[in-house]
Design a protein around this ligand. Structure first.
Ligand code: ZN
Length: 134
């Protein structure tokens, strides 16, 4: 079951500079930052009510975020949906014809399992599913 929007991911070139900008926008400092080596990304989260804004800076020129910025510039990169059981949601959505970048959940940072639906099967929108690790 999909429960809510967990966060919206924004691809940025410089996490430090963007964190300053969004700190002013939200009138709060970053909740936490971390490096997710599996995704070659450094991330910062700002909690906004029940959801968050995630700023993502690539840590490798070969990463998906680097390629995204090269192609489309900085901006909204993905929408993340909170699910209660990521494996059963992957199965359910595959049965509806959605294509996953990887059908096996990986560690997404902040204590979540994540899996991404390919944008070509969701109107050009990269969708992340996440489930809090127990
Ligand atoms: Zn995300």
């Amino acid at each position: 079951m999909i429960k809510k929007i967990n966060h919206i991911g924004i691809a940025v070139k410089n996490l430090g500079l963007s964190a300053e900008i969004f700190s002013k926008l939200f009138s709060q400092t970053v909740l936490h930052t971390e490096t997710v080596s599996e995704q070659n990304a450094a991330i910062a989260f700002f909690p906004i009510g029940e959801s968050s804004i995630e700023l993502i800076e690539s840590t490798s020129p070969e990463s998906a975020v680097s390629k995204f910025i090269d192609k489309r510039g900085e901006g909204i990169h993905h929408i993340c949906l909170d699910v209660d059981n990521i494996k059963s949601e992957i199965e359910r959505l595959k049965n509806h014809g959605f294509q996953f970048i990887s059908e096996v959940p990986s560690e997404g940072g902040d204590g979540y399992w994540v899996a991404f639906i390919h944008p070509k099967s969701a109107n050009g929108v990269l969708i992340e599913l996440c489930e809090k690790m127990k």
